[in-house]
Design a protein around this ligand. Structure first.
Ligand SMILES: Cc1ncc(COP(=O)(O)O)c(C=O)c1O
Length: 401
């Protein structure tokens, strides 16, 4: 069976909204309070309330909202005093932001290869990347799939390293009893348009240390301190605050999230079992110990030999051409021009990096290079479709053999 129509008509469209989102926005506009103000002098209430609600949802002590997920990572790095001369280990399989946030602080990202089954950072490869300059690790929970956080925590403790979890895909993911974002020093989130909780743009940081939360707040609000005089600036900071309109939308999206999250988890299991029955298809395997997954994307790896040597481009174009929304995955970081050609920050020495020029060859990142060449992903909204629709996707993929 093929769909043959516009993919948007076949599957739930994202974002999902109703009058609750509309009314929330109108209420902010009418209130005249379009920004949040300061901790001691609130103008609007949505940012402060959303911070509490998201912290509660993610089971963290603190939440600080920011204007996107990229600066969320940068803000934590800055608050942890990571910068020039430091190295930070990042998964090679992620959106550029996980590494560009490190570049923004003038530190050097070091790329780590992935586990071929779970598609996230292979924690067994981390120790070989640690040098006396290493200060932190940024595990990325790709597709919401948690990195092996208990092992990672041991490695970080043994080597005196910070952990900043990039949870841009991990809203609601739970590993061994604990929500992601709480395993290390801080967790960062994105609310960009395609994310499972969205306000078009937006981000948040969760953490459980009062001291770190204060430092992060200060950085994202111009070096102010909580409840201090608004024209007193105590340290270097910038303005990465979230606006009231975005926070009002996020509060309504968060209300919708739990039900969607449950459906995605249920459908992912159903869809995954069926897809895995196709000889030559392997879906992203959840890291053992995963209790809930954010499923921002749903990657599948195919064996070209079982599909007439189809390329990944042909694979996702065929699916899209038949009304099944499918996208390419992130090119591994070592393949990106900015890291191959080292077109980065003036005056920073990147010679200790494990990428750039000859070092960026695929042979140095064998697992991710192989996986990238034969994988595609479905957007999360496909997991909100009916079982019949998911069956039809399985049927269509089977017909490509
Ligand atoms: C893994 C990862 N980290 C960070 C980000 C950055 O988030 P934002 O687009 O909100 O800056 C993204 C966004 O797609 C992402 O996928």
């Amino acid at each position: 069976m093929t769909f043959k129509q516009d993919a948007k008509k076949n599957f739930p469209e994202w974002p999902i909204y109703d009058n609750n989102e509309m009314n929330a926005l109108v209420n902010v506009i009418k209130s005249g309070n379009w920004w949040c103000g300061f901790p001691g002098d609130h103008q609007g209430e949505n940012v402060w309330r959303f911070q509490e609600e998201f912290a509660r949802f993610q089971e963290a002590k603190h939440c600080i909202t920011v204007c996107n997920g990229t600066v969320a990572i940068e803000s934590v790095l800055m608050a942890l005093n990571i910068g020039i001369g430091d190295e930070v280990i990042v998964s090679d399989y992620t959106f550029v932001a996980s590494a560009s946030a490190v570049i923004a602080t003038n530190a050097v990202p070091i790329f780590c290869d992935i586990n071929p089954d779970t598609l996230v950072m292979d924690v067994n490869k981390i120790e070989s990347l640690i040098t006396d300059r290493t200060k932190a690790i940024i595990p990325v929970h790709l597709g919401g799939n948690p990195v092996e956080l208990d092992k990672l925590k041991e490695i970080a403790a043994d080597n005196d390293l910070f952990i900043i979890e990039d949870c841009a895909h991990g809203h609601g993911s739970r590993y061994k009893g604990k929500r992601v974002g709480n395993w290390g020093d801080a967790g960062t989130f994105s609310f960009q348009a395609s994310k499972v909780i969205t306000s078009g743009e937006g981000g948040a940081i969760i953490c459980n240390s009062d001291d770190l939360a204060d430092k992060i707040y200060s950085y994202i609000d111009c070096g102010r301190i909580k409840n201090g005089y608004s024209y007193a600036h105590y340290s270097y900071g910038t303005n990465y605050r979230l606006g009231e309109l975005h926070a009002a939308l996020l509060r309504k999206q968060l209300e919708k999230f739990s039900e969607q999250h449950k459906l995605r988890n249920k459908n992912a299991q159903y869809f995954g079992n069926k897809l895995n029955e196709i000889d030559g298809i392997q879906v992203m395997k959840l890291t053992p110990g995963t209790e809930e997954c954010g499923y921002y994307v749903y990657p599948i790896v195919f064996n070209p030999k079982k599909f007439g040597m189809i390329t990944k481009e042909e694979f996702y174009q065929k699916l899209n051409g038949n009304g099944i929304p499918t996208v390419d995955n992130y090119p591994p970081l070592h393949k990106l021009d900015c890291f191959k050609n080292v077109k980065l920050r003036k005056g920073i020495d990147y010679s200790s990096a494990n990428w750039g020029g000859e070092r960026s060859v695929d042979n140095n990142f064998p697992v991710v290079s192989d996986i990238y060449s034969r994988s595609i992903e479905f957007p999360h909204e496909i997991l909100l479709a009916s079982k019949n629709k998911l069956d039809s996707v399985v049927e269509y993929i089977t017909s490509l053999k």
